[in-house]
Design a protein around this ligand. Sequence first.
Ligand code: PLP
Length: 453
Amino acid sequence: MNAEADALSAARDAVKDADRKHVFHSWSAQELIDPLAVAGAEGSYFWDYDGNRYLDFSSALVYTNIGYQHPKVTAAIQEQAARLCTVAPGFAVDVRSEAARLIAERTPGELDRIFFTNGGAEAVENAVRMARLHTGRPKVMSAYRSYHGATSTAINLTGDARRFGNDTATAGVVHFWGPFAYRSPFYAADEAEECERALRHLEDTIVFEGPQSIAAIVLETVGGAPGALVHPDGYLAGVRALCDRYGILLVLDEVMVGFGRTGTWFAADHWGVVPDLLCFAKGVNSGYVPLGGVALSPAVAATFATRPYPGGLTYSGHVLACAAAVATINVMAEEGIVEQSARTGAELLGPGLRALAERHPSVGEVRGLGTFWALELVRDRATREPLVPYNAAGADNAPMAAFGAACKKGGLWPLIAGNRIHVAPACNISAEDVAKGLEILDEALSVADAHMA
Ligand code: PLP
């Protein structure tokens, strides 16, 4: 037993040592981080080399929608690897055709043509390229409360603070305020007023920018990085109508919220809105192999019917990733995972998180859909002052750091962003694990309560 523990400790040290010496991590000051060494994962859990198991309420980065190591998907990847591990993107291949067919069957409206990428940012990047070429217009608009990826155009579209280190001020991006009733930028009294004023603000922005210069509005159907920001009823339909009025394309970014996350195949299904272009990634194959893409309307696809599309990727529609997508989508359909996500939200997570809010004064707002929720933590419920300031770091962020540490100590891996915890477990999480996660959150929220004003 001791020999086994010693071997695991040695393995952990070797992994961490090589990581610290040779791996350059995203979004981090390299010398200030201490990444956990992960030894394995299955279903809703992963574990380290020291015997700690974590219930993953972050789904990695909100992408393991069917959990880790689903045996049907790992088998499909292995079978594909044995049969045909790679082939250039210019060929027609069975598994790529089938992945495109299965995705197109589920995307809203007539978005029936799929351009494959390796992830979400490339999907956004290509959607913008398509929109600019289709309309012949240069500008793109996006919301301040948003994240669209870390490549050049995508990070400039991004509204949140991750843009700051990348802002070239030359990306042709115009930001606007979307609706957010809890922290209304429009001083609205309720959701209906927030919706109406947000649409008026968007139209004013379009008119003052010059509609003839705007190619697309890029919008997360439900805000991901801003924390399960569900638009009020009527907002997306209103944006669609503005796009139609001014000849602007609507690009819905469903990278985080597609494939069951909000309890429907695509979040747009909640409101019956059909975009001109839809970006996806993450849940399309639960991130088992990198894959993303853009679904195109017939009109945008027609622009490139006889004129070459000036974009491409060496690994566009990689067959291993497509095999994982085919298996994932089939598993989701066979096991009713989209419906399970909706039920889990309506019957377990929604009521459970609202009950926590009743007990913990630090919870200012609970919002979400399906298996995608957020708790907004505050110093004061009346003023709604966030528990930590916007873009807080170091000592300023101490209350959220303490709350996160309490979650991990209890055995739950949280996704914390700013003053929020995003609750995004696997879409097929069991009822027992939801209950267990809520119990751990209950304890950890007492730590947040203690940091209130
Ligand atoms: N768009 C949205 C809405 C996202 O949430 C993300 C990633 O979190 C991206 C785009 C970028 O995706 P990727 O990191 O795969 O490039």
